[in-house]
Design a protein around this ligand. Structure first.
Ligand code: GDP
Ligand code: IMO
Ligand code: MG
Length: 428
């Protein structure tokens, strides 16, 4: 899971864990996600396909909790084929909901209407699609396989939106018949991948094999537990893996939170540790903090341990994967936020539930020694400079969760397994 506001490096961590897994399944979100993996100097970007796909033939599933834009998915599949990546192991849930052209239009229209109060969405139609799912007006992957049903469902879904879609009345993308035909074509192309992914998950687990549930977005963007309304429209937290993949809570043994050694956020919303100074610029430049999906500059700030401890609690984390520690090299001293201050003297040790408090909360930081050395070549905890080790120990101690993995660069080998070996291999 993402333990912050997204872009923590989930793609890289999933790719590493996937090597030892028998199935990797995404369970929520859609192509608002952007997961970058760097292998042998080559960069791969995924929006919908699970990050395990780079292992030939690996079973990778898009679960029922994901919202799928079929155009984007087909494009991604095609892009993988062009790069000679074997996508035969890709499975798509028949129950996953589809992003339709009107969802994308409504996402942008909603943002425009909000004006200064906008959320800063990725404008991929995510919110409107989940809204239709909850309103029981959604179109699902299985509907692509029956043209008559599909047409009826699209008609029913568009009916209550007529007023909002009026400015787009002449848009050919919204023509009922053309849309139906186009989506039927997508159905034909996706059909070989469509299956009951919950059953696949169950069978894999029954055989005593390993499943990795890959989260998208992050805890602070969770629609229930994040900084509402500046959140996404799904639940990126651990509990959601059960719902979005179709397994019971007892199926899950380990919950790893991926967190950067600092914090970034894309889009609007509160961010108590945000930096508008040279340190923030250092993080932006050294960390190449530009969004994978929209190319937007990410907002950067000190590591927020109040929010991270909250994420540990909400997700029930059993391990932390701390990424991008290398980016902090050259910042001395380092700071981490350990509480919030609000107004005249009010202090918060726990993440405040009240939106107004959070919006004007100030970070109270603790100073830790920095390190100068480039750590991208370190492969064991002992290789790290003392200040980097102290930083990790402080984080782990404060949050109460052991650090399992440390990222020291974007490459798949630029990683430190804190226990000295890959965890899934150790289990097997
Ligand atoms: P995700 O959405 O959580 O999968 O994260 P993104 O892929 O959007 O953003 C993380 C970025 O950081 C990607 O460009 C990764 O290649 C890169 N990255 C991941 N881990 C590390 C690390 O340990 N150090 C550095 N320098 N870059 C990393
Ligand atoms: P990954 O999986 C970072 C943010 C958007 C916006 C808010 C709502 O790569 O970590 P949405 O389009 O979901 O309705 O936008 O959520 N957001 C992300 N930020 N990483 C992501 O995904 C995100 N997905 C959505 O910027 O603030
Ligand atoms: Mg991302």
């Amino acid at each position: 899971m993402g333990a912050q506001w997204g872009d923590e490096g989930k793609g890289k961590v999933t790719d590493l864990l996937a090597e030892q897994a028998d199935l990797v399944i995404r369970f929520q979100g859609g192509n608002n996600a952007g997961h970058t993996i760097v292998r042998d100097g080559e960069e791969y970007k995924f929006h919908l396909i699970p990050s395990g796909i780079l292992y030939p033939g690996k079973a990778c599933a898009i679960g029922n909790g994901v919202v799928i834009d079929p155009v984007v998915l087909l494009d991604e599949i095609e892009g993988m084929r062009r790069r000679r990546v074997d996508v035969s192991g890709l499975k798509i849930s028949a129950n996953a909901h589809l992003i339709m052209p009107y969802h994308v239009l409504l996402d942008s229209a909603g943002e425009a209407r909000l004006g200064k109060l906008r959320i800063g969405t990725t404008r991929r139609g995510i919110g409107p699609c989940y809204a239709d799912k909850a309103a029981r007006l959604g179109i699902r992957v299985q509907d692509l396989l029956d043209e008559a049903i599909l047409r009826k469902k699209i008609m029913a879904a568009m009916e209550p939106k007529r007023h909002m879609l009026r400015p787009h009345a002449k848009d050919p993308a919204l023509d009922l018949h053309a849309m139906t035909e186009e989506y039927v074509t997508y159905g034909h192309r996706l059909e070989p991948h469509i299956t009951d992914t919950a059953l696949l998950c169950h069978e894999t687990l029954e055989q005593g094999r390993t499943v990795v549930f890959e989260g998208a977005q992050g805890t602070m963007l969770d629609i229930d537990h994040g900084t509402y309304p500046f959140v996404t429209s799904s639940n990126p937290v651990a509990g959601s893996a059960c719902v979005g993949a179709g397994v019971g809570p007892r199926a899950i043994d380990e919950v790893w939170g991926v967190a950067k050694a600092y914090v970034t956020r894309v889009g609007e919303g509160p961010f108590p540790t945000e930096l508008a100074d040279d340190v923030g610029r250092h993080m932006l430049e050294r960390g190449h903090e530009y969004g994978t999906t929209t190319g937007r500059q990410r907002r950067c700030g000190w590591l927020d341990l109040v929010a991270l401890r909250y994420a540990a609690r909400i997700n029930g984390l059993t391990g932390l994967a701390v990424t991008k520690l290398d980016v902090l090299a050259g910042i001395d001293p380092l700071q981490v936020c350990t509480r919030y201050r609000h107004g005249e003297g009010a202090v918060f040790d726990e993440f405040p539930y009240h939106q107004s408090i959070l919006h004007s909360a100030e970070a109270v930081n603790e100073e830790l020694p920095g390190f100068e050395d480039d750590i991208s070549g370190c492969r064991t905890i002992a290789d790290l400079p003392a200040a980097a080790r102290e930083y990790l120990e402080f984080v782990s101690g404060f949050v109460g969760v052991p650090v399992k993995l440390v990222g020291v660069g974007p490459g798949r080998d630029q990683v430190i397994w804190a226990d000295g070996e890959q965890p899934l291999r150790a289990v097997a």
